[in-house]
Design a protein around this ligand. Structure first.
Ligand SMILES: [Zn+2]
Length: 102
């Protein structure tokens, strides 16, 4: 049970695809609601936060999707707030084309 009451609610169910659509509540960055569609078995395991941890309930989900199910944060908003570190220039790489030997 989390500290904050869950804003999540199931808004859709596709019995043919075995997926549920979850309204994930308000995103703390843009204050807009969001939705995630996930396998219904994963949602049942997660049990709206009362069951298994999301990474075990839904290992196939992307990190962004799981994050959004947990706390409503859109993957795009999260990426904007916490951009990944720039890739380091690989100055040490060996250039075999220039005659370097492996
Ligand atoms: Zn957002």
């Amino acid at each position: 049970m989390g500290i904050f009451p869950s804003q999540r609610k199931v808004t859709g169910y596709d019995p043919l695809a075995f997926t549920v659509t979850i309204n994930t509540g308000r995103c703390m960055f843009c204050s807009k609601d969001g939705e995630v569609t996930m396998p219904s078995h994963a949602w049942e395991l997660y049990a709206d936060g009362e069951g298994q941890q999301i990474q075990y309930a839904w290992p196939e989900g992307s990190m962004g999707e799981r994050e959004q199910v947990m706390n409503g944060t859109h993957p795009a908003c999260f990426a904007e707030m916490f951009p990944p570190p720039p890739e380091e220039e690989d100055t040490q790489s060996v250039n075999y084309a220039n005659g370097d030997t492996p």
